[in-house]
Design a binder for this molecule. Structure first.
Ligand code: MN3
Length: 334
């Protein structure tokens, strides 16, 4: 009996271990970031705020397929996730990167010549980059983050996002792999700097470990995620996908109501998709041919619907259009 109880607890322990996200340890003591960030802020920020994102992320995904997904997969398709997953997966990833790039001055490592050259060619100088990042941070209304990222065409980009969003998420306009970030939530600075975000921004530059940022720059340049981000950056495809999913799936179960209500919208989205500019790697004849066919099918569905075609006919047509859309998606992931 004891042996079975042991197995049972082992199973519970292992299953928790494999499914849960957990708080990464800080590389330095809470007081090592003084005087720029005080120990109390670091401790509350790490042990309370960051931990809360992780606890709530684990809660939001427990018992779902998302338990098995990497944090990157959770972020990539944020537009398809609940607000709880979007905010807490973002909160976990963003803070993990932030802690990673901060170091007390005595422990900092120098910037690589590759990153220094990329900064000079993209922003003219480190000083201009700093001004640009601080501008992004100052003008971010409310809570959010400012980022330095590597874009799919391997350039450096400064951007900012609201709340716990980040450049990996498909809800972001400017996408890339972040290599540096600054937290501009008030909880990052309020105890020491109160409402003076500018003073905090002045201080935080003393803590950035450019050697670590350089490592992240090299890793990002060779990361296959860059290719995925480029392919995924097609808003019109996502817009069409949503309407297709919300009309086709009910139709599969013989509920034609959503399609009857939204056939004009589906048609409009298919035209917008056909007219849109595809990401460079997907701009190929086979994709175009499939999109032309898809638009034709959506126009026909709308026409049949306006003539009150039977459920059976509409179901057959939306199934065929859905097959075409699947072909587009397959072509995109070749
Ligand atoms: Mn924070």
């Amino acid at each position: 009996m004891k042996f079975f109880a042991f197995l049972f607890f082992l199973f519970i322990a292992l299953s928790n271990f494999s499914q849960n996200h957990s708080l990464p340890a800080l590389k330095y003591a809470y007081n090592a970031y003084e005087p720029w960030i005080d120990a109390q802020t670091m401790e509350i920020h790490h042990a309370k705020h960051h931990q809360a994102y992780i606890t709530n992320l684990n809660k939001a995904i427990v018992g779902t397929k998302m338990e098995k997904l990497s944090i990157i997969d959770l972020l990539m398709y944020a537009s398809f996730r609940s607000d709880a997953v979007r905010n807490n997966a973002g909160g976990h990833f963003n803070h993990s990167l932030f802690w990673d790039i901060l170091a007390p001055q005595t422990s900092q490592t120098p910037i690589s010549s590759d990153l220094a050259a990329a900064i000079d060619s993209e922003f003219k100088s480190m000083d201009t980059l700093r001004v640009k990042i601080n501008q992004g941070a100052t003008t971010r209304f409310g809570s959010g983050w400012v980022w330095l990222s590597v874009t799919p065409d391997k350039k450096l980009m400064v951007s900012s996002t609201a709340n716990q969003d980040n450049p990996i998420m498909d809800v972001s306009k400017d996408r890339g792999i972040p290599i540096l970030c600054i937290d501009v939530w008030e909880h990052a600075y309020y105890l020491k700097y109160q409402n003076k975000r500018g003073d905090y921004l002045g201080a935080i530059w003393n803590l950035i470990d450019w050697g670590i940022v350089s490592q992240k720059y090299n890793a990002a340049l060779n990361d296959s995620l860059l290719v995925e981000l480029e392919k995924d950056n097609w808003m019109e495809l996502k817009d069409f996908h949503k309407v297709m999913a919300q009309t086709f799936h009910p139709a599969e179960k013989d509920n034609l109501e959503p399609l009857r209500k939204r056939s004009a919208e589906l048609m409009a989205k298919s035209s917008l998709l056909l007219a849109s500019k595809a990401p460079k790697s997907l701009d190929k004849p086979a994709v175009k041919v499939a999109l032309v066919q898809l638009e034709k099918q959506c126009i026909e569905i709308n026409k049949l619907n306006s003539k009150n075609a039977s459920d059976l006919v509409l179901k057959k047509k939306i199934t065929a259009a859905h097959d075409t859309f699947h072909k587009v998606q397959e072509l995109c992931h070749d």
